[in-house]
Design a binder for this molecule. Structure first.
Ligand code: ATP
Ligand code: MG
Length: 534
């Protein structure tokens, strides 16, 4: 149905695309096509060149000479401003979303497709009416006048998606031929991802070709017709998804040898964790935490333990993390580390007590993009050290260790963080907090945007951190991740912790049942039931 050879009717045809940054080849002679109506997945490990390829299509990067890109049979110029890409029938959702924080929602929607006009003037009223209509189609209830910098990450993602899908209004507008989405679901809850998949089905039915980057293999099987794999900037193959299994796709992405290694470490790890059953002291004790959505949440995390928080979007997971860390005000409740109470609503006090939070929104709160890898990793330490002198050589060693433990690429401590691939930026944020040896490490969506291979590395590292004396609390929308990583999982529903799962009962199915509120009373231990006992 979707030929692997090029035809004249391709929506997108890339031939011999190469891209070199200061002598370093990031894309090497890549050729690939997207047929009209096709969803073509672009897969590869962190740093393999997916986003760079997309930025070459979008006019953000200038491809090396000799490269050729055609949209609907029309050659793209060597250079053009990114704002012009819609004139060639292209639309994008970039990995960093490409929104402008200091502009409103309506203004951001107008970038690229133009403003509603009455003669020479912008017609703000119809501009806003149009914005509301587009936002509504993605279930987004936000004001067109809101500033984008004030929106939570899910809303920003949906806004960037809505912008890419919005109909072209101008009379002479080029119809959409190719839509490219770079990890659009990395920060999206499942129900919003469903809206996206429906929208994709609508545009492909109308003949649009879709390029889709993801690290979630289940999405590939769900929506993609073909998949192309990039490894170190080289396209290693294009496959019909219907002829692939999860295993063969995984192997194609990480390579034969790595796939075997990852398989064995994963099983070893599981066995190891079942052994250490000795009773451990409680590190975190949170008592009846109440915020805006979260009510009376009580939980403990023991030394060496990894506690997961499972919940649907809006159940209060990130708020719970902020209440624990003190970056959001507690209405009531208390928390202590090793039985020493922490002053309420102060991240400083929390950090002094040994709590670290890796936030969900790494671009806003997690890192500084124009500083180096080394500066970002040591940042959190420098800020909190009370001694005037910094031990630079010890820091250098630590940075080197972090780079190798998390396989951060490139392995150059002086590289500016903003030039790293998205997944590698996420690893730097993790390294920064692990370097502080926190007593309690809170992680909000820690493997967001991290590839299938690196995910296993990060989980191994977290298990190691727990085993060597930390308590860990993890929020992850992917229940498989929680089942894989955690010793125990607390279920958060409508701001309340309703039950806990551990041992045999800690399964993905039980988590989805419990978060949706269809838990079988005989199977799940209810915390409420516990507390009613005298
Ligand atoms: N502006 C730049 N200057 C120098 N190197 C860059 C620049 N942009 C990207 N690179 C390098 O190009 C390589 C590919 O990065 P890219 O962002 O395309 O990866 P990716 O496949 O999208 O990864 P991820 O899954 O983590 O998003 C990386 O090694 C990155 O460091
Ligand atoms: Mg990328």
């Amino acid at each position: 149905m979707f030929p692997t050879t090029e035809t004249a009717a391709d929506a997108l045809s890339i031939r011999s695309l190469s891209k070199t940054f200061a002598g370093l080849t990031v894309l090497n002679d890549v050729s690939l096509t997207i047929a009209p109506g096709e969803v073509h997945a672009l897969l590869g490990q962190n740093g393999s060149g997916k986003s760079t390829l997309i930025k070459c299509l979008a006019g953000v990067h200038r491809p090396d000479p000799g490269s050729s890109i055609q949209v609907n049979g029309r050659q793209l110029p060597q250079t053009f401003p990114p704002s012009e890409s819609s004139r060639f029938g292209l639309a994008f959702v970039h990995q960093d979303l490409g929104l402008i924080g200091d502009m409103t929602v309506a203004e951001n929607l107008a970038i690229g497709t133009g403003f509603e006009r009455s003669g020479p003037l912008i017609n703000w009223r119809s501009q806003k009416a149009r914005a509301i209509e587009i936002l509504d189609s993605f279930g987004l209830l936000i004001s067109p006048n809101a500033f984008v910098r004030d929106l939570p990450v899910t809303a920003r993602t949906l806004l960037a998606i809505a912008r890419a899908f919005q109909p072209r209004r101008e009379a002479n507008a080029t119809p959409l031929s190719v839509l490219i989405l770079d990890e659009p679901t990395a920060a999206l809850p499942d129900n919003d991802a469903e809206l996206l998949f429906e929208a994709i089905a609508r545009v492909t039915a109308a003949g649009v070709g879709v390029g889709y980057v993801t690290h979630r293999l289940e999405e590939v099987f769900r929506i993609a017709n073909r998949a192309s794999i990039l490894r170190d900037g080289v396209l290693t193959g294009t496959f019909l998804v219907s002829e692939m299994t999860r295993r063969s796709l995984f192997t194609a992405i990480v390579g034969e040898r790595a796939a075997t290694e990852l398989n064995t470490t994963d099983t070893n790890e599981k066995v190891q964790r079942k052994i250490g059953d000795a009773p451990q002291p409680v590190v975190l004790r949170a008592v009846e935490l109440t915020g805006v959505r979260v009510r009376d949440a009580s939980l403990t995390v023991k030394l060496g333990e990894i506690l997961g928080i499972a919940g649907l979007a809006g159940s209060g997971r990130s708020e719970l993390a902020r209440l624990l860390f003190g970056s959001q005000k507690l209405t009531s409740g208390s928390r202590s580390i090793n039985d020493i109470a922490i002053a309420p609503a102060s991240p400083k006090a929390a950090m002094r007590a040994g709590i670290a939070l890796v936030p969900e929104d790494r671009r806003r709160d997690g890192c500084i993009l124009d500083m180096s890898i080394a500066e970002n990793i040591t940042l959190a330490k420098i800020r909190t050290t009370s001694i005037g002198f910094l031990n630079l050589s010890a820091e250098k060693t630590q940075v080197k260790q972090a780079i190798s433990a998390l396989d951060i690429r490139p392995r150059d401590p002086s590289r500016q963080l903003g030039t790293l691939s998205g997944g590698n930026q996420q690893k730097v944020v993790l390294a920064k907090w692990l370097a502080r040896n926190p007593k309690l490490l809170i992680l909000d969506e820690p493997v967001q945007g991290v590839d299938v291979g690196a995910k296993a590395d990060i989980f191994a590292l977290l298990r190691e951190a727990a085993a060597s004396g930390a308590a860990i609390l993890v929020i992850d929308s992917d229940f498989d991740n929680l089942a894989n990583l955690c010793d125990r999982v607390a279920i958060l529903r409508n701001g309340q912790i309703v039950s806990e799962l551990e041992g045999q009962r800690l399964t993905t199915e039980n988590m989805s049942q419990a978060t949706f509120g269809v838990d079988d009373e005989t199977d799940l231990v209810s915390v409420d039931q516990f507390e009613e006992k005298p």
